[in-house]
Design a protein around this ligand. Structure first.
Ligand code: ZN
Length: 584
């Protein structure tokens, strides 16, 4: 059952689990000053930038910016959801998760569908190993899949009957309306149902947690469609799952690299041959969700493409998805006429691994192979236009620069000209607007100090300091922290850090991991930061007033002018006062 877990249990889990001990189960850590360091499990590196703080019970990677508490570590390394992580850790330290309540509104429909799919998969599997399933069994075995793999992936057979599965599920007491919702049976116009999958080999599709979310079926008599899939349901959205991921995820993590293939049998054959870091997209084009799923387990993906126009288009579509998420993408093109299934059966595992070794960075491949050598000026223009369209899709990054440089070399044009061409879009122009120096650092510093010591939170709560925060989002976050502390709930450091992104997150983690201040030093730092936040506020306010005064003078509005000057005098008085005061 999906549950909402109470804050108290989450707190207890955090207190009773030692993050250093827990992370050591996955990463070999050594002591370095106050912290522990090791090689980051979330990105490839040669020198350790993955840091764990026993004092603060948080981890942070200075290389890839992943960080959080023990719960986020568990989620990230196991691809688990938040409740799953808390439940696992709670059990590990003997905390009962009983007072949980059912998820609001959901009513457990997902759990019901998972259970129903499991029951259906059992029936399909039994049928495959019964005399009835001989034709399907022969078919699978002829394709070289071993009985162990058949059982592991729970392959099955749907007999060529109209009511076979429906009847079986009904006998087990399942509601047929639920089976319809799962897409296993289809309603007839005149009432009643018939089975969706008939006379097909069945491939259960597992999510990354190993739950069966859908089915695929291959026709055994060259009927159409050759492959039939479950429709979308509350537990299955096309383009979000990768076939085989729950089985391959350990292998993927060990290698830090995943091979992405297309079909069921591409996966099954490679898996049978012992390739343990492979997943299949099941015919759909690679999506952004696929890429972020992959990113949780690997830092590099090898995609296998056909050497034809369709393959070229697929590559051009996939590459920006990877670049956007800063995931390395490599390309393998098998000899004409071979897909991974056929290739590994014909040439074996070793030749396959050799091909993978030869995988080329996708950016390089795209430039070298896809942009064919130009013949004449007209064609060169077309190539250039295509390349520019493509580059504009790549987010500003090192990859983009690399791309521009390689392209310039390839087309023999000036790099600066190319760079200007691609940067002249409205979006990029907007991003180039002068941003000035960072303005949120003082607020962040204060938040850091509040995360360090609750007494600072209490002092901020007693003052009106948050009024001086120029950034509304930070003001809101800080006031949530005040509320928690006033309710006696303590600072939820992990939650707070999870609200931070990009540079802000980097700054906060940096301070938490690296700063080593005494209580007195922190006190001075706090007072100094408070004073500077206020000073900054007055500077902005008085700049603003000066501007208004000048405008009033230009318009000759004397009354407004006088009014504004009075206001300015007040402001100066207040400012003088705060220079002497601190928050107490
Ligand atoms: Zn990292």
């Amino acid at each position: 059952m999906t549950v909402v877990i109470s804050d108290r249990i989450i707190q207890e889990v955090r207190q009773r689990t030692d993050i250093v001990e827990f992370v050591s189960g996955y990463v070999s850590l050594r002591k370095a000053g106050r912290n522990y360091v090791g090689l980051c499990p979330f990105h490839k590196e040669k020198t350790p930038s993955f840091t764990v703080s026993p004092e603060k019970q948080i981890f942070y990677c200075f290389g890839c910016g992943v960080g959080g508490d023990v719960v986020s570590f568990y989620m990230k390394i196991n691809g688990a959801s938040f409740p799953e992580a808390v439940r696992f850790l709670a059990e590990k330290c003997g905390i009962a998760v009983k007072e949980s309540v059912p998820e609001r509104g959901g009513g457990g429909i997902k759990e019901k569908l998972w259970a129903l799919n499991r029951a259906a998969a059992d029936f399909f599997s039994q049928a495959l190993f019964s005399p009835q399933g001989e034709v399907a069994r022969k078919y699978i075995e002829n394709r070289g899949i071993t009985p162990e793999v058949i059982r592991q992936l729970k392959l099955g057979y749907a007999p060529e009957e109209w009511h076979w599965l429906g009847e079986k599920l009904k006998k087990l007491g399942y509601d047929l309306a639920l089976a319809e919702q799962a897409g296993l049976i289809i309603p007839r116009e005149k009432g009643g149902y018939y089975d969706r999958f008939r006379g097909r080999v069945i491939f259960p599709i597992h999510d990354e947690m190993g739950r069966i979310v859908a089915f695929g079926g291959r026709d055994l008599k060259d009927g159409l469609p050759k492959y039939l899939n479950s429709p979308e349901t509350p537990i299955y959205v096309k383009g979000r799952s990768l076939y085989g991921l729950s089985f391959a995820r350990n292998g993927i993590r060990e290698k830090g690299e995943v091979v992405v293939v297309e079909g069921y049998f591409d996966f099954l054959t490679l898996w049978t041959f012992g390739v343990s870091n492979v997943v299949a997209t099941l015919g759909t084009a690679l999506t952004e969700e696929h890429v972020s799923l992959i990113r949780r387990y690997a830092s590099c993906a090898i995609l296998v493409f056909d050497p034809d126009e369709a393959g070229r288009k697929a590559l051009a579509r996939s590459l920006p998805l990877f670049l956007k998420q800063h995931l390395e993408m490599k390309v393998v093109v098998l000899p004409e006429g071979y897909d991974p299934d056929l290739f590994v059966r014909r040439f074996g595992r070793e030749r396959w691994e050799e091909e993978m070794q030869k995988a080329r960075p996708a950016v390089e491949y795209y430039i070298d192979e896809m942009l064919h050598p130009a013949q004449g000026v007209q064609q060169e223009r077309e190539i250039m236009a295509e390349a520019l369209r493509f580059i504009k899709e790549i987010p500003q990054s090192a990859e983009r620069h690399l791309f521009i440089r390689r392209l310039a070399q390839r087309l023999n044009v000036d790099e600066a000209i190319l760079a200007r061409e691609v940067s002249d879009t409205p979006e990029t122009a907007a991003k180039r607007l002068p941003q000035g120096p960072r303005t949120d650092l003082l607020e962040l510093k204060l938040i850091y100090l509040m995360l360090e010591e609750e007494r600072f939170v209490k002092r901020v709560a007693k003052s009106n300091l948050l009024e001086f925060f120029p950034h509304e989002d930070l003001k809101k976050l800080a006031s949530l922290m005040l509320e928690r502390v006033q309710k006696g709930e303590g600072v939820d450091r992990a939650w707070f850090l999870s609200q931070m992104e990009g540079e802000r997150k980097r700054h906060l983690f940096n301070w938490m991991m690296v700063m080593d201040m005494s209580k007195d030093e922190r006190e001075r730092e706090f007072e100094d930061t408070v004073r500077r936040i206020k000073e900054k506020w007055y500077q902005r306010a008085s700049r603003n007033l000066n501007l208004q005064i000048r405008q009033a003078q230009e318009r000759g509005d004397e009354e407004l002018c006088r009014h504004l000057l009075v206001k300015k005098a007040q402001l100066l008085e207040e400012e003088k006062a705060i220079r002497k005061l601190t928050v107490n």
